[in-house]
Design a protein around this ligand. Structure first.
Ligand SMILES: *[C@@H]1O[C@H](CO)[C@@H](O)[C@H](O)[C@H]1NC(C)=O
Ligand SMILES: *[C@@H]1O[C@H](CO)[C@@H](O)[C@H](O)[C@H]1NC(C)=O
Length: 286
């Protein structure tokens, strides 16, 4: 009769105790056959995390974890047992070591080659027995990572690896969180943001108010809500003071109007004079 059938959680606990010390076990188990890639972290699915592990112990636990095909290990003795896929990316990360489980071997025993199925972990038991224990997959049960962050199973529960531009424990801090658009509305656009500005506000962060680049020409601009108001000098009209004195019939009695910048003058006919040619020259009348 298979040993597992008799197994209670108390016995599982004792069985775990019997294998926790790897120093002796790992050399006895003769874990060899491959190596670690330094300064590499594989961004991948983490089945399980272990603290205070040694690198060989990490490899051993991957061999004993059904479906584990690689590990991340770091200088803080943290071991991540991975299920990698072809699309997974490794990054150049100081203090991390990566190894694919292919080519690693250990002395054959009741747990290796691994007899467990369905992502179960094999625990070496006494008298040549083994126990298959399912993993507690917190990420699958309750993934707290927002905005495309990847969930990692940890000893404590879960951890989020955020996409570029996102941060916070659950990747909840987005490029829009700091309100970069001022009066505008912010939309997340990949790892950055795009602003939609109201009215006559412009600029990539809506930082230019409606009077930026003075739209009033000869006039004076004031901001009014998201719009602008122009106060035009005499003889200038239009919402942007674009209609100048010459267009507004400044010169009277056939005088020729000339604009130079925002100043203007009249060249009067022989019969009139004055700024606007408004005066009939005495004695010239019929
Ligand atoms: C460990 O592996 C080496 C190389 O494969 C082998 O020579 C040695 O006998 C092994 N030791 C044990 C205890 O199995
Ligand atoms: C495993 O060993 C084979 C043969 O030496 C080699 O071609 C392959 O690259 C190794 N795989 C890994 C992941 O180290």
């Amino acid at each position: 009769m298979p040993f597992q059938r008799f197994c209670t959680s108390a016995t599982v606990f004792f069985l775990i105790l019997s294998v926790v010390s790897c120093n002796k076990q790992c050399s006895v188990q003769n874990i060899t056959g491959s190596s670690f890639t330094t300064n590499t972290y594989m961004n991948s699915y983490v089945i399980r995390e272990e603290h205070n592990s040694g690198p060989k112990m990490c490899i051993r636990d991957c061999l004993l974890q059904h479906e584990c095909n690689a590990i991340n290990y770091n200088d803080n003795k943290r071991c991540e047992l991975l299920i990698t896929e072809e699309s997974d990316m490794n990054s150049n990360t100081a203090g991390y070591y990566y190894s694919s489980i292919a080519n690693w071997t250990m002395n054959p025993n009741q747990c290796w080659p691994n007899p467990c199925i369905n992502r179960q972990r094999c625990i070496i038991a006494l008298y040549g027995n083994h126990v298959c224990v399912p993993v507690d997959d917190a990420c699958a049960t309750n993934n707290p990572c927002q905005y495309g962050g990847s969930c990692r199973n940890t000893v404590e529960g879960t951890r989020c690896v955020c996409l570029d531009g996102f941060s916070g424990e659950n990747c909840e801090i987005t490029p829009c969180t700091v309100h970069p658009c001022g009066v505008g509305s912010c939309a997340i656009n990949g790892g950055t943001f795009t602003c939609t500005c109201p009215g006559y506000y412009t600029g990539n962060q809506c930082q230019r108010n409606p009077c930026y680049n003075n739209p009033c020409g000869a006039g004076t601009c004031t901001v009014s809500g998201y719009n602008f108001n122009c106060a035009c000098p005499s003889f200038f009209t239009g919402t942007r003071c674009e209609k100048n004195p010459c267009a507004n019939s400044y010169c009277m009695n056939g005088g020729t109007c000339t604009m130079s910048g925002y100043s203007y003058s009249c060249q009067c006919s022989t019969t009139h004079n004055g700024d606007r040619c408004q005066n009939l020259i005495e004695g010239d009348s019929i």
